[in-house]
Structures are given as structure tokens and as C-alpha cells.
Design a protein around this ligand. Structure first.
Ligand SMILES: *[C@@H]1O[C@H](CO)[C@@H](O)[C@H](O)[C@H]1NC(C)=O
Ligand SMILES: *[C@@H]1O[C@H](CO)[C@@H](O)[C@H](O)[C@H]1NC(C)=O
Ligand SMILES: *[C@@H]1O[C@H](CO)[C@@H](O)[C@H](O)[C@H]1NC(C)=O
Ligand SMILES: *[C@@H]1O[C@H](CO)[C@@H](O)[C@H](O)[C@H]1NC(C)=O
Ligand SMILES: *[C@@H]1O[C@H](CO)[C@@H](O)[C@H](O)[C@H]1NC(C)=O
Ligand SMILES: *[C@@H]1O[C@H](CO)[C@@H](O)[C@H](O)[C@H]1NC(C)=O
Ligand SMILES: *[C@@H]1O[C@H](CO)[C@@H](O)[C@H](O)[C@H]1NC(C)=O
Ligand SMILES: *[C@@H]1O[C@H](CO)[C@@H](O)[C@H](O)[C@H]1NC(C)=O
Ligand SMILES: *[C@@H]1O[C@H](CO)[C@@H](O)[C@H](O)[C@H]1NC(C)=O
Ligand SMILES: *[C@@H]1O[C@H](CO)[C@@H](O)[C@H](O)[C@H]1NC(C)=O
Ligand SMILES: *[C@@H]1O[C@H](CO)[C@@H](O)[C@H](O)[C@H]1NC(C)=O
Ligand SMILES: *[C@@H]1O[C@H](CO)[C@@H](O)[C@H](O)[C@H]1NC(C)=O
Ligand SMILES: [Cu+2]
Length: 564
């Protein structure tokens, strides 16, 4: 009896690991609604999913499909984006408003298919309409499917650590004021870890996020920067991290006392609980290379608590993080990311390039007539651009217009190169600062191989830009400071183990080169992940054409697409 039961059990394990590896379909319901939350001693209503802040974590295994029934019971138009999910052939439910769909209006709903393929690790979802993503976000955890394993010892525990920010005011009011004045938006009043500011802020001690660990065990921290406008430094007092993944791809492990994480990016980080049992601070603060901009100069904390019998010091010492303007620290961390590039996790970086682009990413200004709001800025409003085009959102989404052949919604002439060559990172004449408006896309043939160099400029002022591409991950093959040199810099590209990312921070007054194969047909947004920059117009769209075979074409349009 006993023996046969054990055999049955082993048999199940055996078959389980060999045969039950087919991708599964999982279902979830997201009800977008207004919910009261108290932070920093005051209560306000925020938009949430299912009443949770941060929102629910979606769990999946590699290759699964999730079907999320999104219901808008809030008071604003909303869309939801699955950040870093490639959605093969399925731009329909990618989420960016007026790019792949019109927003879900209050009372409306949209059943969104989230098709995972080779992503493994940590991704996240967030609103992609107005500034709702300030509170509408959550983690996507993608574990190895049955029969496969992590390329490192299985951690004893895992936890999403989501960095964010909090405004005392309603985020919609912050946005409206920002749109009206044309200046910088108000900075946040607090930074957050898993939705909590932590005990350095008023009225926040008791709800500070706490991670309880056992001495000797290893924990996988699934780090996500869901912040609106800032790159973060993060660390834990007396502990060293081992970085093992980024943007749902595996990394060559390396150690660091701190991490740098731009908005949009994720990092998988192993934490060994190998210090004397005690309480330790986790802390995050912003990194601002650009200097002059308004930013939140506070520190958010959470507590790493070992199980045991001890008296914690009071106050707890903070981790030593690079100071707020330390670009070297930011760049040397990001520059340490490498693909695992092993037999089990090979890379596939395009070597022959068929489509080459140089895109300037710039801060701009336009004349402003409004003497009330603009005088303090010499009568200008801030804007941003890619190749000197400030994106204008269309009234009908680009995907719909493309699919149905509706003319006049977008142009297909997004410039391959900057319209004007100048010393991008030098002292630039103010006369060049005014961009032009446009709703231009760049069409890519199916399966073309793309190299895109982002060139930061010093047009209004130099600043980092965390650039994010929908529908793809890309290899970051090079970066540097100053102007990209098309003859010299490619000689130093890393084509051996470049990191596979969906978001990469272009250094201030520097450049970053990425490569990808355009094998996912669809309409895919590319933009800076600083929310103020996307609002100022730092975005453009790629349309990747269908291939010849039936399995290389965009899937058919879901019948419940939200109407425009
Ligand atoms: C933005 O900050 C200014 C200055 O502190 C304040 O007067 C204003 O009310 C703030 N706006 C919002 C929407 O919070
Ligand atoms: C943390 O490290 C510092 C410096 O090495 C040391 O003085 C301190 O005792 C450590 N804290 C704990 C709780 O071990
Ligand atoms: C940020 O805050 C720290 C600590 O309060 C202070 O020393 C520093 O001068 C501030 N930096 C800026 C740029 O305001
Ligand atoms: C914790 O340690 C203190 C001091 O060493 C001791 O008095 C106490 O009994 C211990 N408590 C437990 C639950 O072990
Ligand atoms: C950061 O480091 C630089 C160089 O050491 C220093 O000039 C600056 O004052 C520091 N800033 C802060 C906020 O500590
Ligand atoms: C910047 O950070 C790096 C790495 O943490 C450190 O070695 C360097 O001294 C820091 N530089 C400044 C100016 O603070
Ligand atoms: C400023 O406003 C005036 C009147 O409203 C208008 O005639 C003028 O063209 C405007 N100038 C600019 C640069 O927009
Ligand atoms: C571009 O401007 C930078 C900063 O002013 C300067 O160092 C550099 O020499 C200039 N490059 C060219 C090619 O003029
Ligand atoms: C951008 O385009 C505008 C309008 O054509 C032009 O005035 C400006 O000089 C251009 N700036 C750059 C950097 O190309
Ligand atoms: C660009 O668009 C903005 C906002 O839609 C508008 O106010 C501005 O006049 C436009 N500029 C040009 C040069 O068309
Ligand atoms: C894409 O192009 C490569 C050559 O660059 C070729 O080997 C591959 O078969 C093509 N893939 C598809 C799906 O057409
Ligand atoms: C919601 O979106 C629709 C377009 O789909 C637009 O007509 C409407 O004005 C928007 N409502 C708000 C409150 O922004
Ligand atoms: Cu930007």
C-alpha cells in the first residue's frame, strides 16, 4: 500500500516534470476603482485595482497566457499596460492610450490577453493613460515552467519590492496644474517601498513595509521601479546583493552594495540573510544627474527583520548609498549588467543590421504667452522630443487606423536621423530649442534587424532618459558619454553578452545603442519612462509589418476593443 502510493507520487512528479509543461491560461479580474488610502497623516481617494495599493501581483510560469478582465468602475478613462510582455502578434491588448486602443471609459470593460513567451523573471503592469499609473500598478512574477529551473540555487523565499512615490494632492490635480503652467510638475511628497513611505516620514512608522527573514537563507527580491519621474538608488544596511536578472531575462551574476533602477526597469536580486540577526534598513532615494530639475530629496525605508532574539539599535543606521548626483555610480551599476549567455539561456543579438537609426532625445521649450505661469521660466513652456518631433496623440488610436486603413491619423515619416546635425551635447543655440509637432511612425519590414542609437542632447538641459520599447526586449550593445561616433563607437560594442532589456537609461549627455529583430508584427510605442517627459512628447511609434506566413501576422481584432 505504502510502496505503491510512493510510486504513484513519484510517477506524478516524473510525468509532472516531463509532460505537464504546456503553457497554461490563467484568469484574473481587475476592477479599477476609487479607494481611500491614508499616507503622511492624510486620507485621499486614489485609483486602485481591486482596492489594493500596490495592486495585485500576477503569478505565471514562462509561456503562460493571462486573461485579465479589466473593468473600469473609476471616474477616469483608463488603460492597462503589461510592461515588458512582448505580446507576440497581439498589440491589441498592449494598453497605451491612443497608440493601440482608446481608453476604457468609466463603466466600460476590456478583456485583455497577456501573452507571455520567453520572459522569465519579473515584469509589472501599470496604467498607461494620463498619470493614473502613480497608483495603478503591480508586479508580474514569471517563474520557470515545470521541468526547468532558475540558473541559480532556488531561493528560500521571494518578494516583490516595488519602488514608487506619493503625492499628498490628487495626482490628476498635479497633472492638470503641470499641463496648465508648462513648467516642471510638483515633486512627490514621499517615495515609497511597496506603497509605504516608511518611518522617516510623519505618521508612517506603524505601516512601514517589513520583510522577515531567517538567518542563513537566501531571498529573491523582485525589484521594480514604478516611480513616475525618478531613477532610484536602493540598498540594505550591511548587506550585499547578487544581481541575477533584469527585465525578465537572466543576468551574469554580479555583486553590488546598491542598485540603480530607472522607472520601468526590473531587477532580480538575491539577498543572503548572512548578517548577525537584527533589524536593518532597506532604503531608496532618487538619483538626479541632471542637476537643476525639481526632485523629491527624501528617503523611503522598509525593514529587513531577522527572526531571533535581539535588541535592534535605535535609530537604525541607513545603508550607504551613492549621493544624489553621482552619475558614475548610476552608470557603473547599469554598465555591469550582462546577459547570462549560457547554453540554456543563449543570446541572439543581430549581427547584420538592415535598419539603422539615430534618435536624439531632447528637452525643449516653446514660447509661452501666459504671463501668469510662464514668467519665471523666461516665457517658455517645457516640451520634449525625439528627432525634434514632439508627439501629438491622435483622436483614434494608431493601431485601429493602421488595421482599418484610415488615412490622416498618423504620418509614416518618422526621421531615421536627427533633421539637423549639431554638437548634441555641447552648448547649443537657444534658437534650436523649439521642436515641431507630429504624429509620425517608422515602419519596419517584418524580421528586419534594427540598430537604434539614442543620443541624449543638451538642448534645453541634459538629463537621463529611461527609454522603453513596447512589444520587444532589445540588446544594449553599447553606451558612452558625449556624441555617438558612428565610425569608432561600434568597434567597442558588446556582441558577446549584452543585457536584454525593455527599458534602458540613456546617460545624461551621452548615448546608448540597442539592437533587436523586428519579428513581432504590430504597433509598438517607444517612449521615455519619465512621466513628465512622455507628457511633454518624448514618444514615437514603430509599426512592424506582417510577415508572409499566417503565423507572422497580427492576430485579429478583439470584438470588445474599447470604442473611441
Ligand atoms: C504644487 O506645489 C505648490 C508649491 O508648493 C503648491 O502651492 C500647489 O498647491 C501644489 N499643487 C498641487 C496640485 O499639489
Ligand atoms: C554593520 O556594519 C557596521 C560596519 O561594518 C558594523 O559596525 C555594525 O556592527 C554592523 N551592524 C550589525 C547589526 O551587524
Ligand atoms: C538633500 O537632503 C540632504 C539631507 O537632508 C541634504 O543634506 C542635501 O543638501 C539635500 N540636497 C539637495 C540638493 O537639496
Ligand atoms: C531574549 O534574550 C534575553 C536577553 O538575553 C532573555 O532575557 C530572554 O529570555 C530571551 N527571550 C527569548 C524568548 O528567548
Ligand atoms: C555629492 O558628491 C559631490 C562630489 O563629492 C559633492 O560635490 C556633492 O556636494 C555631493 N552632494 C550631496 C547631496 O551630498
Ligand atoms: C560615486 O559612487 C561611486 C560608487 O559608489 C564611488 O566610488 C564614488 O566615490 C562616488 N563619487 C562621488 C563623487 O561621490
Ligand atoms: C500671444 O497672444 C496674442 C494674443 O492672445 C497673440 O496675438 C500672439 O500671436 C501670441 N504669441 C505667441 C508667440 O503665441
Ligand atoms: C561639443 O561640445 C563639447 C562641450 O562644449 C565640447 O567639449 C566638444 O569639443 C564639442 N565637440 C565638437 C565636435 O565640437
Ligand atoms: C526643430 O524644428 C524646428 C521647426 O522646424 C526648428 O526651428 C528647430 O531649429 C529644429 N531644432 C532641431 C534641434 O532640429
Ligand atoms: C503643437 O501642439 C500644441 C498642443 O497641441 C499647440 O499648442 C501648438 O500650437 C502646436 N505647435 C505648432 C508649431 O503647431
Ligand atoms: C529572419 O531572418 C533571418 C536572417 O536574418 C532568417 O535566418 C530567419 O529565418 C528569418 N525568420 C523568419 C521568421 O522569417
Ligand atoms: C475619455 O476618452 C474619450 C475618447 O475615447 C474622450 O472622448 C473623452 O473626452 C475622455 N474623457 C475624459 C474625462 O478624459
Ligand atoms: Cu526622458
Amino acid at each position: 500500500m505504502k510502496v505503491s502510493a510512493i510510486f504513484l507520487f513519484l510517477g506524478l512528479l516524473f510525468f509532472g516534470s516531463i509532460f505537464v509543461s504546456e503553457a497554461r491560461v490563467r484568469h484574473a479580474t481587475f476592477v479599477v476603482q476609487e479607494t481611500s488610502y491614508t499616507r503622511l497623516c492624510s486620507t485621499k481617494k486614489i485609483l486602485t485595482v481591486n482596492g489594493d495599493f500596490p495592486g495585485p501581483t500576477l503569478y505565471a510560469e514562462t509561456g503562460d497566457t493571462l486573461i485579465v478582465d479589466v473593468q473600469n468602475k473609476g471616474n477616469l478613462n483608463i488603460t492597462i499596460h503589461w510592461h515588458g510582455v512582448k505580446q507576440p502578434r497581439n498589440p491589441w491588448t498592449d494598453g497605451p492610450e491612443f497608440i493601440t486602443q482608446c481608453p476604457i471609459k468609466p463603466g466600460g470593460r476590456f478583456s485583455q490577453k497577456v501573452i507571455l513567451s520567453d520572459e522569465e523573471g519579473t515584469l509589472w503592469w501599470h496604467a498607461h493613460s494620463d498619470w493614473s499609473r502613480a497608483t495603478v500598478y503591480g508586479a508580474i512574477v514569471i517563474r520557470p515552467k515545470k521541468g526547468t529551473t532558475y540558473p541559480f540555487p532556488k531561493p528560500d523565499g521571494e518578494v516583490p519590492i516595488i519602488l514608487g512615490d506619493w503625492w499628498k494632492s490628487d495626482i490628476e490635480e498635479v497633472l492638470q496644474e503641470f499641463l496648465r503652467t508648462g513648467g516642471d510638475p510638483n515633486s512627490s511628497d514621499a517615495l515609497t517601498i511597496n506603497g509605504q513611505p516608511g518611518d522617516l516620514y510623519p505618521c508612517s512608522k506603524q505601516d512601514t513595509f517589513k520583510l522577515v527573514v531567517d538567518y542563513g537563507k537566501t531571498y529573491l527580491l523582485r525589484m521594480i521601479n514604478a516611480g513616475m519621474n525618478n531613477i532610484f538608488f536602493f540598498g540594505i544596511t550591511n548587506h550585499t546583493f547578487t544581481i541575477v536578472g533584469h527585465d525578465a531575462a537572466y543576468a551574469k551574476p554580479f555583486e553590488s552594495d546598491y542598485i540603480t533602477i530607472p522607472p520601468g526597469q526590473t531587477l532580480d536580486v538575491l539577498l543572503k540573510a548572512n548578517q548577525p540577526p537584527n533589524q536593518y534598513y532597506m532604503a531608496a532615494k532618487v538619483f538626479v544627474g541632471g542637476g537643476a530639475a525639481i526632485f523629491d530629496n527624501t528617503t523611503t525605508t522598509a525593514i529587513l527583520e531577522y527572526r531571533g532574539n535581539y535588541t535592534a539599535p535605535s535609530p537604525l543606521p541607513l545603508p550607504i548609498l551613492p549621493n544624489i548626483t553621482n552619475s558614475t555610480a548610476s552608470q557603473s551599476f547599469s554598465g555591469s549588467l550582462r546577459s547570462l549567455a549560457s547554453a540554456a539561456h543563449p543570446i541572439d543579438v543581430p549581427l547584420e543590421i538592415s535598419q539603422k537609426f539615430l534618435f536624439t532625445v531632447s528637452m525643449n521649450s516653446v514660447p509661452c504667452n501666459n504671463t501668469v505661469d510662464c514668467t519665471s521660466r523666461n516665457n517658455v513652456r517645457f516640451k520634449a522630443s525625439i528627432n525634434n518631433i514632439t508627439f501629438q496623440a491622435p483622436k483614434i488610436d494608431i493601431l485601429e487606423a493602421y488595421y482599418r486603413g484610415i488615412n490622416g491619423v498618423f504620418g509614416d515619416d518618422f526621421p531615421r536621423n536627427p533633421p539637423l546635425e549639431f554638437n548634441y551635447t555641447g552648448n547649443i543655440s537657444a534658437a534650436l530649442r523649439t521642436p515641431r509637432n507630429g504624429t509620425e511612425v517608422r515602419v519596419l519590414p517584418f524580421n528586419s534587424t534594427v540598430e537604434l542609437v539614442y543620443q541624449g542632447t543638451n538642448l534645453l538641459r541634459g538629463i537621463e532618459h529611461p527609454m522603453h520599447l513596447h512589444g520587444y526586449s532589445f540588446y544594449v550593445v553599447g553606451w558612452g558619454l558625449g556624441n555617438f561616433n558612428k565610425d569608432e563607437d561600434p568597434k567597442n560594442y558588446n556582441l558577446v553578452d549584452p543585457p536584454l532589456m525593455n527599458t534602458i537609461s540613456v546617460p545624461r549627455n551621452g548615448w546608448t545603442a540597442i539592437r533587436f529583430r523586428a519579428d513581432n508584427p504590430g504597433v509598438w510605442l517607444m517612449h521615455c519612462h519619465f512621466e513628465r517627459h512622455i507628457t511633454w512628447g518624448m514618444e514615437m511609434t514603430f509599426i512592424v509589418r506582417n510577415g508572409k506566413r499566417s503565423d507572422q501576422k497580427i492576430l485579429s481584432r478583439p470584438s470588445d476593443m474599447p470604442p473611441c
